[in-house]
Design a binder for this molecule. Sequence first.
Ligand code: ASN
Ligand code: ZN
Length: 330
Amino acid sequence: KHTAATGASLYSGTVGFQTELDAGSGDYILYDVSRGDGIITATYGNSNDPNNLMLPANTTTSWTPADQAIDAHWGATKVFDYWYNVQNRYSIDGMGMEIISGVNYDTLYDNAFWNGAMMSYGDGSGVANGGFSPLTSMDVCAHEMGHGICQYTANLDYYAESGAMNESLSDIWGAVIENWSNPHENDAQAKETWEIGEEIGATPMRSMANPKQHGQPDTYGGANWVNVNNCGTYDNCGVHTNSGIGNHWFYLISQGGNGINDLNNSFFVNAIGITKAADIVYTAESVLQSNAQYADFRSMTIAAAQYLYGTCSPEEESVTRAWYAVGVGS
Ligand code: ASN
Ligand code: ZN
């Protein structure tokens, strides 16, 4: 039986979600049958084998103490709702596919990932040990599900420049959905939107506002850029580094900015806001090819801005100026 519940999360306080009363055990499980083909959240019990996934159970509809399974379950709900209510997309594949999350992946595991079919989240090795706390913050959940969205849309090859764009799209959806689930675009917490993983580590993993702060480039071919013509296999040829270009472009169209980039070009970009920026990105992501490069991302987002807001619209101008700011196109 389908029942509303509340639970203590690690990062978002007490949250509401849907559970199912398991007739066999008489316990509630983290299974929401009200969205698409369902949202289900399981635990690996610190194994790394999907065959060991078990369903956490609770005797009441009030889940305590705080647990990462609640973050992952609620996070999947919010991500589903964003795509369905805002972008009119029915789950990750667009056809309502079940969303499966597994927490407590392996031991001391400082990462989370989409494996092509489901999400897995590590517990982290602990902030005190220089690692992370459990990797179930809202932006990480939306990032990992963003890889699922990409798989069913542009399906960008996870290597070199197309891979960096794949990573950037995941960070963009992480920021957009974190902001949508708890809007603070224009208040004192605004910087949190533009930091990735600020809840789980001593320092964020990446900053979309200032990519260089965490070793990423903010200019194509500039400082920190990984040369995609001579880069080998480490991090699939810099996918988590060169994503800084797309990330900073998205930050600039959303929030605006001006300065001088690493190519010594001065730029000025007017803000269009995160909502319009997200619509432009999803329109472009829906039509990009698997082997696309940043130059293609540029043309497709300009075309998307023209389609959504008109030729020579302020939105198109900001998109073009922001690509110039990050060193892509003129
Ligand atoms: N957390 C990483 C990511 O989603 C794991 C990976 O797939 N490389 O980018
Ligand atoms: Zn990623």
